[in-house]
Design a protein around this ligand. Structure first.
Ligand SMILES: CC(C)(COP(=O)(O)OP(=O)(O)OC[C@H]1O[C@@H](n2cnc3c(N)ncnc32)[C@H](O)[C@@H]1OP(=O)(O)O)[C@@H](O)C(=O)NCCC(=O)NCCS
Length: 137
């Protein structure tokens, strides 16, 4: 049975490696630990099999980041469950009548996964596109 804990995984970089993403430096890992608003880890027994986190101001703006399910556990609903739980958590801090904004940058071809969770593609008739810039020092 898969269980969920509201924390970052112990080894973020092993998750990133498992899906071919570049590793974070110790400084960046420390920032992730200190500054994530919420995080979730999916466990199969003791084994950490999925993770995702939210950064933001904790009030209005939330940004979902680093959504990873280990390849051998993909396609079992773990990603959907992690994101549903994170969104519930973000909404739970809002007061009655408030609107919160949850943003993310979909990896290539992962848009349908997020659409099933209620996210809209941008640009559309009402909204411009999201934009990203990577800076390397
Ligand atoms: C994207 C990712 C997090 C999805 O997690 P997952 O646990 O495999 O997804 P789930 O099993 O919860 O899928 C939920 C639904 O989305 C669908 N789905 C998942 N990935 C999809 C894709 N790439 N294209 C179309 N549909 C997809 C599933 O079929 C399922 O549909 P259903 O509700 O009709 O059954 C996972 O594939 C992953 O970690 N990929 C590598 C890292 C990555 O790219 N992360 C996203 C960064 S933006």
């Amino acid at each position: 049975m898969i269980t969920y804990e509201y924390r970052l995984p112990h080894d973020i970089n092993s998750f990133r490696r498992s899906v071919g993403w570049y590793e974070l430096s110790p400084r960046q890992l420390n920032c992730a630990l200190k500054s994530s608003v919420f995080a979730i880890t999916a466990l199969d027994g003791e084994k950490e099999v999925g993770s995702a986190r939210v950064v933001g101001d904790g009030g209005y703006q939330f940004f979902i980041s680093d959504v990873i399910v280990r390849p051998e556990y993909q396609g079992q609903g773990i990603g959907r469950e992690m994101l549903s739980r994170l969104m519930d958590k973000a909404l739970s801090v809002a007061d009655e009548g408030e609107t919160i904004m949850i943003n993310l940058m979909a990896a290539k071809d992962k848009e349908p996964f997020y659409e099933k969770l209620g996210f809209m593609r941008r640009p559309n008739d009402e909204r411009g596109c999201g934009m990203t810039r990577f800076l390397k020092k």
